[in-house]
Structures are given as C-alpha cells and as structure tokens.
Design a protein around this ligand. Structure first.
Ligand SMILES: [Zn+2]
Length: 360
C-alpha cells in the first residue's frame, strides 16, 4: 500500500512539475538608435505609415530580448505606449487570421476568417484604404506572404487555409513592394502580374523563410529595400512589416529562437527609426496580434545578457499585447484599447483634414 502511495506521489510530482526552464545567453548584441536622432511624437498628419507586427510577440518576449540585448531595445525607446486587447469575435484566444483582420480592417471576426466580418461581408483593409487615396503600399514578412497576418491586408475569405484564393488575391492587389517567403503558392503568371508596373516583388523561399539563426539580416535588409522604393511615392505610403517567425519559435517553445526572432525584428525597427529621422512626417506603430507560448521570465541579467524563462502552452494566450508608437500623430496611442482601434486610429492620423469616426 505504501509502495502504491509512493508511486502515486511520484507520478503526481512529475505531472505537476513546473514547466521546463530554458536559459539563453551570449547572443549577438545590437546597439539601439540614439533617442536624439529618432523622430519624436508630433501632432502633424502622417504622410507615411509603417505598421510593424511581431506575430505572437507579447511583453514577455520583448523583455526576454531586452535582457539578452543588455538592457536595450529600439522598440522600448518609442515614447507612446498602449495595450491592445486581442480576443476575437468568437474566442478569448485569437488566431492570427482574426488578429490580423482586427489590425488590418478594424473589425473583430471569427478565428480562421480573413478580411471579413463574421457574417462574411468583406471589410476594407488599411492597405486598400491607403491605395484608394493614391498612396503606395508594401508588405515585408519572414514567413509565407500568404500566411494569415499579411493576408488580412489583401484577402477576403472565410478560411485562412484557402491558399490558392489568397495567392490569387495578392496577385491582383497592386502592392508596390512584396518581400517575404511563400513562392510555391504562385504561378509564373501570378508573379508576373504582381510585378506589373514595376513593383518590387521577391519571394525568398518556397514556404516560410528559415529561422533568424539561419536567414541572417534578411528582414532588416528587406525593410531598408522597401523604404528606398516606397519613399519615391508622391502621395506617401503604407508599409506593413511582420516579424512573422516569433510566433513559430514560441509555438515550438524554443526560447533561444524566440529571442533571436525578437532581436531581428528590433533591428528592423532600428532601420525604420534611422529612416524616420529624415522623414518626420511618418507614423510608426509596433504591436502584436497576440501572445504565443505563455512565456514567463523567471530569472536573468541585463548585465551579462542572460534570460531564464519557461513557456506554459504550445498555443496562443489571451493577454493584452503592447503597442508602441512614435512620429506623426503617435500620441493617439495611449491607454487600453481594442485591437480593432489600431487601424482606425492610424486612418484618423492620416486623414486629419477630414475627421473620421474612430469608434469601435
Ligand atoms: Zn500562432
């Protein structure tokens, strides 16, 4: 009897054990942009808007990267901050399709749906709204360009898995810049159509681009390339940049790769801040669609660039995620807001001459 009791206790102990801890240390450190050279928040209307989405990037992912980068991140220098509530129309825990649709179209939809109201009505995305105003538009990502987050900016379908329809939508959307992965989803004809009129389109992998530890500085370089192209637009531009693979690494509960992905995304933010120093009529918003992995930080040292953390789930979580902003109109980002308010606020900052309703 005693023996059985001991076995039950042992088994219970194993099942109840704390999530496995991981320690990351000694990653390459990057310097952040000097605050003095970075655009400050202003009240002027935004001519250009750059929306940067860290897929799955909660506060915990940011602060883990902050520790590993010796207590500094470009993202954490942005002066305006807020929180975004990420739940979807049918779930407390959103997926990237509903999360992307909220950030792109300003509407809460059901998990799995892209660019549509839950009743199936197509909703205009921020990219489409900007294009309607004669602005240039661009997408830069590290996973397949047909993945849920970027797709929310151009596709209108009830299923994020409908890749052929999503690819067809992108080939007809008229973006000026498309850089990322996912080449296998497109025919030669579709690629040619996307490049019509001289758009800068390059897909670097058949599926997702490799993880940050393998692909190097592809994302920061592509952001630089996109800005060089888009700044030639006479009527301003909208650029969506996604640190797409943060989510992937966190789903795998891989702390090392999660931190590397956030650091890579932060380097891309640095590229934008450098560019904005010369283009102060630009709004930069950095946020996430949801938190992935339920990461918790339980130890670390910014002095030695070390973090110890553990994940609590293989899926997304329901916590609010941070919003950081700077540049033209950035001060509207404050307090706790629905994720759907993000694109509405961006539109209001771009259209200050003709005020829009920003009610949810
Ligand atoms: Zn995910």
């Amino acid at each position: 009897m005693k023996m059985i009791y001991a076995l039950v206790c042992l088994l219970g102990g194993v099942l109840m054990a704390a999530p496995q801890q991981q320690t990351v240390e000694g990653l390459p450190v990057h310097q952040v942009e000097k605050a003095a050279s970075v655009a400050q928040p202003s009240n002027r209307p935004a001519r250009n808007v750059i929306l940067m989405i860290g897929d799955g990037m909660g506060s915990e992912h940011l602060w883990a990267a902050w520790l590993c980068n010796r207590g500094q991140l470009n993202i954490c220098t942005l002066p305006c901050t807020a929180f975004s509530q990420t739940y979807s129309s049918n779930r407390t825990i959103t997926d990237s399709a509903a999360g992307g649709t909220a950030l792109a179209c300003g509407v809460k939809t059901d998990n799995g749906m892209l660019g549509q109201h839950p009743d199936g009505t197509p909703m205009q995305s921020l990219a489409e709204w900007c294009r309607g105003r004669g602005m240039a538009t661009g997408l830069v990502v590290t996973k397949a360009i047909t993945d849920a987050t970027p797709a929310a900016f151009y596709a209108h379908t009830s299923s994020r898995k409908n890749t052929p329809a999503i690819a067809e939508s992108l080939s007809k959307a008229g973006f000026d810049v498309v850089l990322g992965g996912g080449a296998a989803a497109f025919s030669t004809e579709q690629m040619e159509r996307m490049r019509d009129g001289g758009a800068d389109v390059e897909l670097f992998a058949p599926g997702d681009c490799p993880p940050a530890s393998v692909r190097g500085d592809l994302l920061p370089r592509n952001v630089e390339r996109a800005l060089a192209r888009l700044e030639k637009s006479g009527k301003g531009f909208f650029l969506m940049v996604e640190g797409s693979s943060i989510d992937l690494a966190a789903h795998e509960n891989n702390l090392d790769e999660t931190v590397r992905e956030v650091l890579d995304f932060d380097c891309a933010v640095g590229v934008v801040l450098r560019w904005m120093a010369k283009h102060p009529d630009t709004l930069l918003v950095v946020t996430a669609d949801h938190q992935t992995g339920g990461l918790s930080i339980i130890d670390g040292s910014k002095k030695s660039g070390r973090v110890t953390g553990c994940f609590t789930t293989l899926n997304h979580t329901g916590v609010a995620v941070p919003i950081y902003a700077t540049g033209a109109g950035a001060a509207v980002f404050r307090g706790v807001m629905e994720n759907t308010r993000v694109p509405l606020l961006i539109r209001s900052v771009m259209a200050q001459s003709s005020p829009l309703s920003v009610k949810n």
